[in-house]
Design a protein around this ligand. Structure first.
Ligand code: BT5
Length: 259
């Protein structure tokens, strides 16, 4: 693997975490950090191993969608090995870690269920969680986080209207390495809290723009509309339809319907 030892060493020296980033690979350019992390997990890399890319050539979102991660964006994947039961907290842990990271940089963000992070309604971060199961038990999960730190979104017409970056809000350049250090520190802090998951759940909902709003959910082409009532213990969205019935949404794309 063509890692860049200088950046990896620099980041490891600055990180004060216990296990997240103790094994850390920095690659200048990759297809997707998800693929590299998966290879490492298959070879037995420990929990907390982090793969960071300076840029991705084939970054991906859910359902094979494209994720743009040019230079100036943060793209990383982390190998985690929670219990099968704790796996359901990863969306809360990861989106809250990003939420706190952005807050520490001086910008107020919001979480959009299940795990996008927005600034003033525009997407600044996407999160992808892939898991590997064996006989119904989780072997490992790969948590992929992409944050638009410091690049000019206007150069990407496909996302220019829907996306934003941290630097656009701070009106100055932001160091991707600084954001990596804060993010990995927050991620470890929150991941260690999964044992007190009800606190996480509460904090997650408090910072979610989706709750209480009228929304439209697209589940692979099937559209449902109603009010987002709450997030249940399983991490699923509870939707109250206009006829009063209640539906549990496990996965889907949410749009806020303007009143
Ligand atoms: C996501 O998918 O939001 C998950 C993105 C995860 C990216 C990380 S980067 C590190 C790791 N390596 C990877 O290859 N992936 C992970 P989804 O909810 O499906 O949203 C995808 C949609 O977001 C696209 O169809 C675009 O509309 C939009 N999009 C693409 N690039 C974007 C960007 N840089 N900023 C904001 N929106 C973007």
């Amino acid at each position: 693997m063509n890692t860049k030892p200088d950046i990896a060493t620099y980041l490891k020296q600055r990180l004060k975490t216990r296990f997240v980033g103790r094994e850390l690979h920095y690659l200048e350019s990759v297809t997707s950090t998800m693929d590299v992390a998966r290879e490492l997990a298959e070879k037995g890399s420990p929990e907390g191993t982090v793969v960071i890319a300076g840029m991705q050539k084939a970054g991906r979102g859910r359902l094979g969608r494209t994720w743009f991660s040019p230079e100036g964006s943060l793209a990383l994947s982390v190998i985690l090995k929670p219990s099968t039961d704790e796996m359901r907290f990863l969306p809360a842990v990861s989106s809250l870690a990003v939420f706190h990271t952005i807050k520490k940089l001086g910008v107020q963000a919001q979480i959009k269920w299940p795990n996008d992070v927005l600034i003033q309604g525009k997407k600044v971060c996407g999160i992808l969680i892939e898991s590997q199961l064996e006989s119904g038990e989780l072997r490992y999960a790969i948590l992929g986080i992409g944050i638009n730190v410091s690049f000019d979104i206007r150069k990407y017409p496909e996302i220019a209207e829907i996306a934003t970056s941290i630097s656009a809000h701070l009106k100055q350049e932001v160091s991707v390495n600084d954001v990596i250090i804060i993010l990995l520190t927050e991620l470890e802090r929150l991941y260690q809290k999964v044992a007190e998951a009800h606190h996480l759940q509460k904090e997650w909902m408090e910072n979610m723009e989706t709750i209480g709003r009228r929304i439209r959910v697209n589940m692979n082409g099937s559209i449902k509309e109603g009010v987002a009532e709450t997030i249940n213990q399983a991490g699923n969205l509870v939707l109250r339809r206009d006829d009063g019935s209640v539906m549990e949404i496990i996965a889907g794309d949410v749009t806020i319907v303007k009143d």
